[in-house]
Design a binder for this molecule. Structure first.
Ligand code: GTP
Ligand code: MG
Length: 196
């Protein structure tokens, strides 16, 4: 278990006012497993609210971990409450935060390992690249598919991204249910903190 505490929620009109520390943000489509991953990483069952209803997290939620860095849970993107089709957009709050946060070390883009690359995810990753925002990819819910299916989907994602990127961003394979991928993700975060 990692020492972790919820500090506060921020919005555009109510920005975060806590002490400045390195920030690692978690982004992804609604329901991809962001809050579950945060609980899994910190080893705390109920730190972040997990829900079967998409769109639960509507604010930037700051968790201070090990007393020295923030894990920032971003609202899910690509979810339209009323529309039948997914809204192909990531909200103003997300964009504003990512463009203006001065302590952002890395954005982890969570992707559902069961699905082929989704247009909104590719748009988001490309937008991060264009704006020179450091990112890493995290495949979630890998317990839901076989090793073979996982490797096929991973390859498909990499092939798609290679159309836009010379070098692929770091990629992590996780399951919050089976508790896999935690060591690698935390090692990546700790390394980034050491290099700062
Ligand atoms: P929003 O806050 O709405 O954007 O969702 P979120 O991305 O925070 O997703 P959340 O962690 O709330 O999880 C959504 C659903 O996926 C829940 O029913 C979780 O139990 C389930 N889930 C999350 N991670 C895993 C996983 O690793 N494996 C499996 N099988 N289910 C998972
Ligand atoms: Mg959430």
């Amino acid at each position: 278990m990692l020492p972790a505490e919820f500090l506060s929620s921020a919005t555009l009109s109510n920005p975060f006012k806590g002490p400045a520390l390195p920030e690692f943000a978690f982004a992804g489509r609604s329901n991809v497993g962001k809050s579950s991953l945060i609980n899994f990483l910190t080893g705390r069952k109920h730190l972040a609210r997990v829900s079967a209803t998409p769109g639960k997290t509507q604010t930037l939620n700051y968790y201070r971990v090990e007393g020295q860095w923030y894990l920032v849970d971003l609202p899910g993107y690509g979810y339209a409450r009323t529309g039948k089709t997914e809204k192909k957009a990531f909200g103003r709050l997300i964009q504003h935060y990512l463009l203006h946060s001065t302590n952002l070390y890395c954005v982890f883009v969570l992707l559902d390992s069961r699905l082929p690359p989704q247009p909104v995810d590719i748009d988001f990753i490309t937008w991060l690249g264009t704006n020179k925002i450091p990112l890493a990819l995290v495949l979630t819910k890998t317990d839901k598919l076989s090793a073979n299916q996982l490797s096929v989907n991973r390859k498909r994602l990499e092939t798609e991204l290679q159309q836009y990127w010379l070098a692929l961003p770091p990629l992590f394979v996780t399951s919050s249910l089976r508790k896999s991928g935690r060591k690698e993700l935390l090692a990546f975060i700790h390394k980034a903190l050491m290099q700062s």
